[in-house]
Ligand binder design. Sequence first.
Ligand SMILES: N[C@@H](CCC(=O)N[C@@H](CS)C(=O)NCC(=O)O)C(=O)O
Length: 213
Amino acid sequence: MTTRYTLYTGKRSGSASVEVLMAALGLDFDLLDATPWSEPPGPHFNALKQVNPLAQLPTLVTPGGEILTESVAILWTLLERHPSAWVPALSTRERAACLRWMQFAATTIYTAVGIADYPSRWTTATDERSHEAIKDGAVARMKLGWDIVAAAHRGAGFFLGEHPCVCDVYFANLSKWWKMRDYLRERQPAFCDAMERVDALPEVAPVWARHWA
Ligand SMILES: N[C@@H](CCC(=O)N[C@@H](CS)C(=O)NCC(=O)O)C(=O)O
């Protein structure tokens, strides 16, 4: 049995935060480019389709051969299996807040990103105007989502206090899309400052450079 994780990834995707965490936890892993949206798709896209019915990133294969999908479930499972200070201690209010807001970001914001990226999936209308209207609605929903997350932040150095944890990395990854950093800079400057602190962390900066340089 291999001791390595295998992550299906693609530049500028939600796999970036998984890469950060796996490296920060000192795990051995291989990265397979399975970018769904490039033309042609990444070389491992067909393999991704075999293991994830939606063929989405991130998708992780554990050393034991389990397939993990859903960004929050992947990050949380890694943290359970490899204890670290990247998640607050068991049974604390901070841990509950960490999971609550990551889950909120996944369902409200990440979902809206998927709708804005692929509006034709969410309607039977085929005209451009209908698709644009869906995209605009999804972007508005993203903004609402970020306003709600930022309101829960309370202005500390990082989301839950002065120590960065997994939710910071997750939010920093998701807020890169759809120009949400510009929105946050204007509307939620303290939260945006926290995101920039995350970008600059030694565990994060090299991964972001690979994805967004
Ligand atoms: N619910 C999933 C959403 C994953 C997702 O939408 N991933 C994007 C990349 S960031 C993707 O693979 N998009 C391609 C597609 O949906 O076809 C999660 O939280 O991991």
